[in-house]
Design a protein around this ligand. Structure first.
Ligand SMILES: Cc1ncc(COP(=O)(O)O)c(C=O)c1O
Length: 451
């Protein structure tokens, strides 16, 4: 985070060294913010992180969402530290995996669960299980939804260029990366989010060829766009009608919207769901879970599910500790209370400053969009907002000690450690940043700059 007020000598030196050995100096492309601005973090505690030059930031990125309790949360860390004294991997089930599975299924309302390490793996397994269960190969995925870094789902995601999406009635399937076979696009159908008519038409035409409909129940990678309740309900009904497995990708929403995830929050049950992020407070752990009848296809010699590190002691213990805290204390209620104050406060500041804006999402994960007043309903309407204007605001916030993504697609995440004092400090800084960036009317966000 190179800027005029923060020292950054160590950060830049470290980044230059990183680039000698690591492509772009990062181990995940999303972390590259350009040669001058890519951050290097050295530690975190509660709501705060410190970069390599010891600059402190209130953190709203929270590792792209997993940190639900706070950085280095003592009870979780202590339990993991104690557990690893007795070894971390045995190529066998450990008692903590069973403890976790019991609590996980109780909290989510799912019958059965299998652990893995990343959100990508959990979604990959969910799709395979759905295909095996139905004996079908194709699936529906929605524009702007992200389900991880595996080939089948990497089409028309959150980085797709709006002008290439094609006609709304016949969306193109845009590859998100080079290096994957073009032909696999034939397994997926791309649809705009929240569009009942397109969904109905597609299900009537293709329902019987479909293994799954996979969706993010809040668009956690595009500005926290909310599902229209009628659309979500219709997805459920149509999946039932055509024998299609409904997969919720709860990687960002699971244990962040409610203990039962988006399914509890919106009152719509999926057949299978992928979980990760908040379930481990930052430790790498994920899960695919679902109805017993469907999960039963996972068995030796039939549907492959597994991995050396699936259910390892570090991951399973971190998740067991995190979920115990979430289940036994009103953590999410507190996050929602503080998050609501933050959302409303930002809304009021932007309104007072005369900046056209929309705030979408829920208090534990939301996005601030500039340039229009109506919240987006799908990826195409998100693209009408002024991402560049948010980038200016984001840069000013970072300069003043608030760490947000300067890309408005990525949510602001709130943790249990973001208490009233942290939220109050944040709002003061937001107020000053909005004045400094948009005080002069020439800088007001508008549609001319929209992506
Ligand atoms: C909704 C969603 N699904 C899947 C993934 C992939 O998870 P991971 O990065 O752990 O593989 C992400 C990552 O951000 C995500 O937001």
């Amino acid at each position: 985070m190179s800027n005029s007020t923060h020292p950054n000598v160590k950060t830049r030196a470290l980044f230059n060294k990183a680039k000698q050995y690591i492509p772009y100096g990062v181990n995940s492309n999303f972390r590259y913010w350009g040669d001058e601005h890519t951050p290097i973090m050295q530690r975190g505690s509660g709501a705060y992180v410190w970069d390599a030059d010891d600059n402190r930031f209130i953190d709203y990125r929270l590792g792209f969402g997993p940190i639900i309790l706070g950085h280095a949360y003592p009870e979780v860390n202590q339990r993991v530290t104690d557990a690893i004294q007795n070894g971390v991997l045995f190529a066998a089930t450990t008692p903590v995996e069973i403890e976790l599975a019991e609590r996980f299924t109780r909290m989510t309302g799912m019958d059965k669960v299998r652990l893995s390490n990343t959100g990508t793996e959990a979604n990959m397994h969910a799709l395979r299980i759905a295909r095996a269960y139905t004996g079908r190969e194709k699936f529906i995925k929605f524009e702007g939804n992200y389900h991880g870094n595996f080939d089948y789902v990497m089409f028309s995601g959150p980085t797709a260029r709006a002008e290439l999406l094609g006609p709304r009635q016949h969306p193109h399937r845009l590859r998100a990366t080079e290096g994957m076979p073009v032909a696999i696009r034939n397994y997926m159908i791309s649809l705009p989010y929240n569009d009942v008519e397109m969904l109905e038409r597609t299900m009537v035409e293709h329902g019987e060829e479909l293994a799954a409909v996979v969706l993010e129940p809040i668009m956690g990678n595009v500005a926290c766009i909310l599902p229209d309740p009628l659309w979500l309900q219709r997805v459920r009904e149509l999946c039932d009608e055509f024998g299609v497995v409904l997969i919720f990708d709860e990687v960002k929403t699971g244990f962040r919207l409610a203990n039962g995830g988006a399914q509890q929050y919106f009152g719509v049950k999926a057949d299978l769901a992928a979980y990760a992020k908040a379930m481990g407070n930052g430790f790498p752990v994920s899960a695919v879970a679902g109805r017993d009848e469907i999960m039963r296809v996972v068995e030796p010699g039939h549907v492959a599910h597994g991995g050396t590190y699936c259910g390892n002691v570090v991951a399973a213990t971190a998740a067991a500790a995190t979920l115990e805290i979430l289940e036994t204390r009103p953590i999410l209620a507190s996050i929602f209370e503080q998050g609501r104050i933050l959302m409303d406060g930002i809304d009021a500041i932007l309104t007072r400053a005369g900046v056209p804006h929309a705030i979408s999402g829920v208090p534990s994960m939301f996005s601030v969009l500039l340039g229009k007043d109506t919240p987006p309903v799908d990826y195409r309407s998100y693209c009408e907002f002024d991402a560049e204007a948010f980038g200016l605001l984001g840069a000013a916030l970072i300069e003043n000690g608030i760490l947000v993504d300067d890309d408005p697609r990525e949510p602001w995440f709130v943790s249990y450690s973001h208490d009233a004092a942290v939220i109050g400090d944040t709002l003061n800084i937001v107020e000053d940043a909005v004045k400094s960036v948009f005080g002069a009317s020439a800088n007001k966000p508008n549609l001319r700059r929209a992506a």
